[in-house]
Design a protein. Structure first.
Length: 501
């Protein structure tokens, strides 16, 4: 029987990084709960662990986001075309309850619709999520109460996804659980959580990142495949992972992840693909045929230069730009003085997809929030980006209020909306720039300054390089001698300590 001395919780827990000691914004914000030294913190063993605090904060912020939708829940979704925009509380969920046949009991992908879409234009797993919510919604009675109930049911299911995202983010970096507060307190996260169903894919990808950080490559791949079956973008993280595993020589783990991803995606999609091929293909046809739309760099350029950009031109340009970015990320991965962290590259590839897309819906910011918290866990940079995203969130709704209010012109004119798009683009580019800087100057990386290598990297964490290009084989002095603690390749020692903020 082990002794009490060897079974203390602190023996098994890593020394947690306290953000109030390394981040001036976190230190200033901590005055609300007792100051940087944690006068009111419960040290040592306590029910109030960092992960539980993060989960409760995420629930609180999600509820505040629901409260922000109250003007629409009461009336604006149902009466008046522009009031849901002037209150900035729009959501697709209640509108699509009837618009996509759920109110009439139609089966997604199998039953043809009679409105503006002939079939549901969402990936299969998201369609299943929507259908399950419709099963929990009364099938009879007046339409408005049923739409309200449908939104509430979806909000409850999405709340579970939000908690999963926050908890997984807090647990990926074992020594940095408080970084999960970046997700839990992100204002754009709360504002956009119930606009659409994106949180399902975000939660699956967050869980996948957690599995990879624990060395479970197959589980990671399965979750990535499921996430891709819910939204298109999650498969993108496999590209950076390929190059990282190439540099570290971890081919076995990569192919296990790839096998899991392909198998899970096929398991979800193949039955619908064969039984309802036209309905299954609608999402892909719609993505291809969709023209230049809100929030995109193409819309900004077309209005700035007063030119028309067709969907074919936008598709071609988006593909070329994305391929160029992918090549750049691959080159950076193989030539950086230290192998980039997985979370950094995952953030960059998803951000590139957002920046080069034909459309930027406000809820797309959810894709980046957990990845940003892992890639650049610094409150100042994170809040600068969030401020830009909140500005865009308000800008698009005020612009739609302006265009739908007739001669009253209540809201934001075209010039103002152009500024909102520019803020979104510049905010995302800014965060990308500091992440790239951290890759080429590892001593500026908050995670590595604390003494870690790649805590989200799983088998990559501390692994030696086997294939590098250019200066990576002979890193400059600043790349290996930072001001903070350093980590040696292959070192996995975890000192003990408490988890105070």
């Amino acid at each position: 029987m082990p002794s009490a001395e060897t079974t203390r919780a602190s023996v098994h827990e890593p020394d947690r990084v306290r953000p109030t000691r390394e981040d001036e914004v976190a230190a200033a914000g901590s005055e609300l709960i007792g100051g940087p030294i944690g006068r009111r913190a419960l040290l040592g063993t306590s029910w109030w662990t960092p992960v539980r605090v993060v989960a409760l904060v995420a629930i609180g912020m999600f509820v505040l986001g629901m409260v922000q939708k109250l003007p629409c829940y009461d009336s604006s979704w149902f009466f008046g075309a522009s009031s849901q925009y002037t209150h900035a509380c729009y959501s697709d969920i209640p509108h699509l309850y009837q618009g996509r046949g759920f109110a009439d009991g139609l089966v997604p992908y199998f039953d043809k619709l009679t409105g503006d879409m002939d079939y549901l234009e969402y990936p299969v797993l998201t369609g299943v999520f929507m259908e399950v919510a419709s099963w929990l919604t009364p099938g009879s009675g007046a339409l408005q109460p049923r739409e309200q109930t449908y939104w509430m049911v979806n909000a409850g299911m999405l709340l579970v996804c939000a908690v999963v995202i926050a908890v997984c983010t807090a647990r990926i970096h074992r020594r940095r659980p408080w970084d999960g507060l970046l997700v839990a307190l992100a204002p754009a996260f709360a504002l956009t959580a119930t606009i659409n169903w994106d949180l399902l894919a975000v939660a699956l990808l967050a869980a996948a990142m957690l599995m990879w950080s624990r060395g479970r490559a197959l589980a990671f791949g399965i979750l990535v495949g499921l996430a891709t079956a819910a939204k298109f973008y999650p498969f993108l993280v496999l590209g950076p992972l390929l190059v990282l595993c190439w540099r570290a020589g971890k081919w076995r783990e990569f192919w296990a992840a790839m096998l899991g991803a392909v198998g899970a995606w096929l398991a979800v999609n193949v039955p619908v693909m064969f039984l309802a091929p036209e309905g299954w293909a609608k999402f892909y046809r719609f993505s291809q045929e969709r023209g230049v739309d809100f929030g995109s760099v193409f819309l900004f350029i077309s209005r700035w230069l007063n030119i028309e950009i067709t969907k074919d031109v936008a598709n071609t340009c988006a593909m070329i730009m994305m391929l160029v970015v992918c090549a750049g990320i691959a080159a950076m991965t193989l030539t950086a003085p230290r192998r980039p962290r997985f979370a950094q590259l995952a953030f960059l590839i998803v951000a590139a997809f957002i920046l080069t897309n034909k459309v930027y819906s406000p809820q797309y910011v959810l894709w980046l929030v957990p990845l940003a918290a892992l890639a650049r866990p610094r409150w100042r940079d994170f809040l600068i980006w969030q401020a830009c995203e909140v500005a865009y969130f308000l800008g698009i709704w005020m612009y739609l209020a302006y265009t739908t209010s007739g001669d009253a012109h209540k809201g934001l004119p075209t010039e103002g909306y152009q500024l909102a798009i520019a803020m979104h683009l510049l905010g995302t580019l800014y965060l990308c720039a500091v992440v790239v800087r951290d890759i080429f100057m590892p001593e500026r990386d908050m995670v590595r300054r604390a003494g870690d290598d790649d805590p989200s990297g799983g088998v990559l964490d501390g692994a030696p390089d086997v294939f590098v290009l250019g200066t990576a084989a002979h890193p400059p002095r600043h790349a290996v001698h930072g001001d903070g603690p350093q980590v040696e390749w292959g070192s996995r020692d975890e000192p003990t300590g408490d988890g105070s903020l």
